[in-house]
Design a protein around this ligand. Structure first.
Ligand code: HEC
Ligand code: HEC
Length: 316
């Protein structure tokens, strides 16, 4: 408890510092860059791979099955369903802007996107394929043989496939949301949105949700002040470190495009954005928000919705 009080006070102190930081140039959230470098040919191949259910053992599951472009790159189901209808134990996070996260997965066990891709491909409850199976599949397709030859100058290889998917993921950035345009001085927030942003800072949401992804840059506890029930087998930091202090500690999720990625939390237990905001304030700040405060914070969070990534077309 004492530890929590110290943490809580430092959250308040941080908030006061953020609150009094002057101009927009000094805000704790940075806009998503308008341009990210990636190789267009590789990314287009990566997109085909991302959408291809042939990469799973029973031919029914693609990356897109659990990272749906029409749901902000996330999964509308509380936990994802893999090959043979097998249920996973965790909600699938968005792939949009994941390139900007300091680590990948809820518990950060992959250092980067390249390391991450191996996870779902080999996971028995996701795509369940061996690297050899993947190569066999790709080498049975004239389309892939030709595309890999053109780009990688050899017949399809597992590591080249990963390279193409990662290149596609770099292209999944969502610039020019209203909040980013506000940060650049190109538009104003409404009174309600501005109030929400102010509260987001005063209450201390900003201590964990900041930077370009409004999250994605630190590990923090869910239930810092009022504990959130812990379940065996959740992919938290404890799962990586074995240290009991790390139970329910996760990579702080990005709040970019958050209005599109319901349901929320690692277990998909919050059905609406409002419920997620309410539970966050309760468990991590230790108090209940009133209806007006929730309205305002929700209005602010909706300004974090950016443009659909340019590489995705309407009919994808
Ligand atoms: C069966 C559903 C499913 C499939 C198929 C799937 N994913 Fe995921 N993805 C998840 C889940 C669930 C997580 C979170 C797992 C965890 O953190 O332990 C995740 C996490 C990720 C992350 C990390 C995002 C972050 O913020 O930490 C990326 C990136 C990603 N997946 C990309 C892919 C790619 C690329 C493919 C295809 C090769 C793929 N996924 C296939 C469900 C799926
Ligand atoms: C001490 C750090 C911390 C503070 C303070 C904090 N959060 Fe969070 N936030 C997290 C963590 C960690 C998660 C992931 C929780 C989980 O999934 O189990 C999260 C998840 C969320 C989610 C769900 C994201 C998703 O994709 O599932 C929303 C929305 C959110 N926070 C908003 C807020 C708001 C609004 C505030 C202030 C009222 C706030 N947070 C304060 C650390 C924090």
């Amino acid at each position: 408890m004492f530890e929590n009080i110290i943490k809580y006070n430092s959250i308040l102190l941080f908030s006061v510092i953020f609150l009094f930081s002057p101009a927009r140039g000094n805000e704790p959230i940075e806009p998503i860059p308008r341009h990210v470098e990636y190789d267009t040919e590789k990314a287009e191949l990566g997109k085909v791979l991302f959408l291809d259910a042939g990469l799973s053992s029973d031919g029914t599951v693609s990356c897109h099955s659990c990272h749906d472009f029409d749901h902000g790159g996330a999964d509308p189901r509380p936990v994802s369903i893999g090959v043979h209808g097998k249920e996973g134990n965790v909600n699938s996070p968005t792939v949009f802007n994941s390139y900007f996260n300091f680590r990948q997965f809820w518990n950060g066990r992959a250092r980067n996107l390249k390391e991450q891709v191996n996870g779902p491909i080999h996971n028995p409850v996701e795509m369940d394929m061996l690297s050899e199976d993947i190569e066999k599949y790709l080498r049975s397709s004239d389309f892939y043989i030709e595309a890999f030859q053109k780009i990688y100058h050899r017949s399809p290889r597992y590591e080249d496939m990963i390279d193409a998917i990662v290149e596609f993921e770099k292209a999944l950035f969502t610039p020019d949301g209203r909040f980013d345009r506000y940060l650049r001085g190109e538009t104003e927030l409404t009174m309600e949105e501005a109030k929400g942003y102010r509260l987001f800072k005063i209450f201390g949401c900003i201590t964990c949700h900041n930077g370009v992804n409004v999250g994605g840059n630190s590990f923090q506890k869910f239930g810092l002040i009022i504990p959130f029930p812990w379940k065996e087998g959740v992919p938290d930091r404890y799962d990586v470190t074995g240290d009991p202090k790390d139970k329910n500690v996760f990579k702080v999720p990005t709040l970019r495009n958050i209005e599109l990625t319901a349901p929320y939390f690692h277990d998909g237990s919050a059905k609406t954005l409002r419920e997620a905001v309410k539970k966050m304030a309760y468990h991590n700040l230790g108090f209940e928000l009133n209806e007006e405060e929730m309205d305002a914070i929700e209005a602010f969070l909706k300004t974090l919705t950016g443009k659909r990534p340019a590489i995705i077309r309407e009919d994808d």
